[in-house]
Design a protein around this ligand. Structure first.
Ligand code: ATP
Ligand code: MG
Length: 640
């Protein structure tokens, strides 16, 4: 594996934490949980009845209390959220503002008969009322289930039906690329045949015309007379905080259920270790709250710490490719957390754009969601971080609740390796197994496993313990199986190599999609790539690759294909050479921005495309269809 390292950290060196964690992970997490405010202490730190883990059993706590109430003495006037609208408008909400809004909205929910344990679907754009609604649910013990506001009626209907939400919170519309997305209309359509839905609360964001039925109530009308005082419920540590459906990269989304005390402990700890959060920081995570990154690192973790954060409403490249850098400069952001997909897009636009902004406030950068290609890491380090900010490549899933693998500059200073998430966080034990459950030697590919339960671990899949058991706990007994492919190098650094489902099997060799794609992206003219295996009469399976060219690069595809193939032969080996490379302008992605290789595979092997519910939405479907057509055309041209 590549030994390129970057010696850049923040000067922290706290080796005690790792020592304690290694000696006994249960009492280690017991210690960490004391950083939160509990109404009453727990009796048992971990109740582990595989595959079900329950943390801090017997303790009572409230997420909204820990996010807001605890800051009212010292930080009432500190901004919690610096909100930037897509059209450029700003709103600042202090910790006091949030506290008042949340209590009022908790009373609104109560007035509609919402009780502890009830599910509430939230379908809102990225406006401050979204975290307000979530925290209000948490305050009274209702289980929120946020659905990304880009989903279509059919997708949202499935999720409302699965969770049996009695109350829906939505808006008249939301802004996306200057256009109004009519959210209320989508909800009307989604709940047509769902009689169990009693109330729809409608926030007026865009003031477009909507039709109101007897179930519908306006947010402002309800809030007008609501009392601003609502005590936080004393909830069991294991009380469910939310259901969140996974992004569906590999198929039908799963309803991940998270608890309270363990989840919050995990977030409080990782936010401090990974981001080195200080009172003076301005944190900006670009994730939509509709995904787990938004739940954990936009809503809960920053507020637990009383941090100030930027929340942005719109598309990252609207009205143009400079929007993100403009926001970083405007709010003097110190910590920036985004996705490889977004970075590849920014990279495609060239260096001049970020170079024309003052990004000197930045001190730490992070990524999440997909493996980051080393080429992209170096660009992020140099062009955005000006070679002075450590980059944390954080690996985790909806199911894990928070980060499990990441460099932790807030805790320790280690050499960074572009493309590696470095080590497991303290208190988490990660290994790489072969097919038979045996740990593999260094530099050998295998399956990532987690050896013991961790506080942010999902409780189960909503209403489906059996599926929970089969998906995560049946490949290896009593070890959590995330479904990702990985290796540990000679220094123990963990490299994520892509999804186990996407692994390429060529002539008995297993090749991770991430390593091959990174090799292709390391060519100067290429910014993004996806590879997949397709059936072949002679070889069983052959690799095909898709590549997106940099802006302004013309295709002389024969030459380019040769150059790329040579690079692959040199860096990985002849075995990994694709049978064909197709040049396209974009790749099909989930709404969370992840490449859907199984779709490429289906198109290229002329198979049915399967479940695309996570791609659904008016514009996304046409966009993806366009990509399909383009790919199909280029495949035909090649073979004809
Ligand atoms: P589904 O499970 O429905 O297919 P999903 O896995 O895309 O959806 P998420 O929980 O949002 O939904 O994504 C988690 C996955 O994202 C991980 O399992 C991993 O494949 C990938 N991932 C996240 N962070 C990283 C990272 N830093 N490096 C490599 N892969 C990552
Ligand atoms: Mg997944």
């Amino acid at each position: 594996m590549m030994s390129e390292t970057y010696n850049i950290g923040l000067g922290n060196n706290n080796s005690e934490i790792r020592k304690k964690a290694d000696s006994d992970f249960v009492s280690f997490w017991d210690e960490q949980a004391k950083n939160l405010s509990w109404f009453s202490p727990w009796k048992k730190t971990l109740d582990w009845q595989p595959p079900f883990a329950r943390w801090f059993v017997g303790g009572t706590i409230n997420a909204s209390y820990n996010a807001l109430d605890i800051h009212q003495d010292s930080k009432a006037n500190k901004p919690a959220i610096l909100w930037e609208g897509e059209k450029g408008e700003s709103r600042i909400l202090t910790y006091r503002d949030m506290w008042i809004q949340v209590q009022k909205f908790s009373n609104v929910l109560k007035s509609l008969g919402v009780q502890k344990g009830d599910r509430i679907t939230i379908y809102l754009p990225m406006v401050p009322e979204l975290p307000v609604a979530m925290l209000a649910c948490a305050r009274i013990g209702a289980i929120h289930t946020v659905v990304f506001s880009g989903f279509s009626a059919a997708s949202i209907r499935d999720r409302i039906d699965d969770s049996k939400s009695k109350v829906i919170i939505t808006a008249d519309g939301g802004y996306r690329r200057g256009k109004i997305v009519k959210l209320k209309e989508v909800i009307d359509d989604a709940i047509k045949d769902l009689d169990f839905v009693n109330n729809v609360i409608v926030l007026e964001r865009t003031k477009n015309k909507i039709s109101m039925s007897s179930k519908d109530k306006l947010w402002n009308d309800l809030m007008k007379d609501a009392s601003a005082s609502c005590d936080a419920e004393k909830l069991d540590s294991t009380h469910p905080l939310y259901i969140l459906y996974t992004s569906g990269t590999t198929g039908k989304p799963k309803g991940v259920l998270h608890g309270t005390g363990g989840y919050l402990t995990h977030l409080h700890s990782t936010f401090k270790w990974a981001f080195d959060i200080k009172d003076s920081d301005v944190f900006f995570c670009t994730a939509d709250i509709g995904w787990v990154t938004g739940h954990s690192y936009v809503v809960y973790a920053p507020l637990l710490h009383g941090a100030t954060e930027v929340m942005y409403e719109g598309a990252p490249d609207f009205p143009d490719a400079s929007r993100m850098w403009d926001i970083l400069q405007k709010y003097k952001v110190t910590i920036f957390y985004t996705t490889p997909t977004a970075l590849r897009m920014f990279m495609k636009f060239g260096d001049d754009i970020p170079n024309s902004f003052d990004l000197s406030s930045l001190r730490l950068l992070g990524t999440v969601g997909e493996p980051i290609n080393p080429e992209v890491w170096r660009w992020y380090f140099k062009i955005i971080g000006k070679e002075k900010c450590p980059i944390i490549d954080t690996w985790w899933q909806t199911e894990t609740g928070g980060m499990l693998i990441s460099p932790l500059p807030g805790l320790e200073t280690i050499p960074l390796k572009p493309g590696s998430g470095a080590f497991a966080i303290p208190g988490v034990n990660i290994d790489v197994f072969d097919e038979n459950g045996v740990g593999v030697p260094p530099n050998t590919k295998g399956y990532l496993v987690v050896r013991n339960p961790w506080p942010g671990m999902l409780l189960t899949l909503w209403g489906d313990d059996e599926k929970y058991t089969t998906v995560y706990w049946s490949k290896y007994e009593n070890y959590y199986y995330p479904g990702d492919y990985a290796l540990k190098d000679e220094d123990g650094y963990i490299w994520l190599l892509g999804r186990a489902d996407d692994v390429l099997k060529v002539a008995g060799h297993r090749i991770g999609t991430a390593e091959l794609e990174s090799c292709i992206v390391s060519h100067n003219d290429i910014v993004e790539s996806a590879v997949c295996g397709i059936p072949d009469d002679v070889k069983g399976e052959v690799i095909i690759a898709f590549a997106v060219l940099k802006h302004g690069v013309g295709v002389n595809s024969d030459n380019l294909e040769k150059e790329i193939s040579e690079k692959i032969r040199k860096d990985i080996g002849a075995i990994a050479t694709p049978k064909q490379i197709y040049f396209v302008s974009k790749l099909p992605k989930t709404r969370s921005g992840k490449i859907m290789r199984r779709l490429l595979k289906a198109i290229a092997s002329n198979e049915k495309i399967g479940d695309v519910s996570t791609l659904e939405d008016g514009t996304a479907v046409t966009e993806v269809q366009g990509v399909f057509d383009e790919i199909q055309k280029s495949i035909k041209e090649k073979s004809g």
